[in-house]
Design a protein. Structure first.
Length: 134
């Protein structure tokens, strides 16, 4: 065997060893890719429904927020109406109260005049009734 034959055998053995090592690495890579795909499918099967449920929940929350916003607007309008009604009631109630007060003061004045007229020494009654008439 010559040196060239020995070199050819060594190179052939090295190539075969390199090919076996490459095949082993590729086999491991393919196994890893299959495992990764299986884990990804498992993850998708678990997370997919959860994401769908989360989207449904978000839609329901948006609807509830819209309803709450509507309720707040209605409450604000009702509060404004109640405030207006309170002010109107105060104005309406104030007018009769003022009239009753003035009627009471007029009646008191007349009662006092009648009391003076019936009192002994009623000379000042004519002067008192004239000053009130003004």
């Amino acid at each position: 065997m010559s040196s060239s034959d020995l070199a050819a055998v060594v190179v052939t053995v090295c190539v075969v060893v390199a090919l076996v090592a490459l095949i082993a690495v590729l086999t491991q890579a393919f196994a890893l890719m299959r495992e990764f795909r299986r884990k990804l499918e498992d993850f998708d099967s678990k997370v997919g429904p959860a994401l769908s449920q989360l989207a449904d929940t978000a839609e329901m929350a948006q609807a509830e927020i819209g309803r709450l916003r509507d309720l707040l607007n209605i409450a604000q309008k009702v509060a404004g109406l109640a405030e207006s009604a309170g002010a109107a009631t105060a104005r309406v109630a104030a007018t009769p109260v003022d009239k009753v007060r003035s009627a009471i003061s007029v009646l008191r004045g007349k009662a006092e005049e009648e009391g003076r007229e019936t009192a002994p020494g009623g000379e000042s009654t004519a002067a008192g009734s004239e000053s009130r008439g003004r």
